[in-house]
Design a binder for this molecule. Structure first.
Ligand code: CTP
Ligand code: MG
Length: 166
């Protein structure tokens, strides 16, 4: 899951500048995604996620770490892109619900990246998904994700990278 976990914190660290929606609003008069979703965050976040995945592939090949799931360039790319596309889609629905940028939306805020990453894997690499995302792995991911999310956001808040600790 590392390639899916890396993009969000990296986007928070490196994001900013032109928003993905270019400031445009939806028919309800609210922003499409909001100022919290930028091209720079998307691009650098995805590249960092893919980079972490390539490092994993290199490590497992070099040190023959056969217990690690067998990643491919495709699987790490789908995990990294899916994580931030899930985050982007989450923000779209968040705005439709009238929630401002940075507002809290429990469950959705934590699992957006998992849903996005899994959807892309299901569409573009079904066999990888069913080989590696077994029921025990899925349960582990569902427990680990909110814990990591909370921990990383508190750290980001303490270091003043994030404005809110969620
Ligand atoms: N970020 C970015 N581009 C992205 C995702 C995130 O630049 N595609 C940066 C933004 O600076 C954002 C921060 O990372 O404020 C934290 O991300 P997140 O919590 O996902 O955004 P929020 O500001 O909380 O906005 P939203 O309410 O839409 O989730
Ligand atoms: Mg947020």
């Amino acid at each position: 899951m590392l390639p899916a976990y890396i993009p969000n914190p990296v986007a928070a660290l490196c994001g900013g500048g032109t928003p993905v929606d270019l400031g445009r609003s939806y028919s309800d008069g609210r922003r499409l995604f909001g100022d919290g979703k930028t091209y720079r965050g998307l691009l650098i976040g995805i590249l960092a996620g893919i980079g972490s995945g390539l490092l994993l592939i290199w490590l497992s090949d070099t040190y023959l770490l056969t217990s690690l799931p067998k990643h491919t360039v495709l699987s790490v790319t789908l995990l990294a892109c899916g994580a931030l596309l899930g985050d982007l889609a989450k923000s779209f629905f968040k705005r439709r619900l009238g929630k401002e940028r940075g507002a809290r939306w429990p469950v959705a805020d934590q699992y957006d990246l998992v849903v996005g990453a899994f959807l892309l894997l299901l569409v573009f690499d079904l066999s990888w998904f069913f080989t590696h995302i077994t029921i025990p792995v899925l349960i582990f991911i569902l427990i680990l994700t909110p814990v990591l999310h909370r921990a990383v956001n508190i750290i980001g808040y303490l270091f003043r990278i994030k404005e809110v600790p969620w």
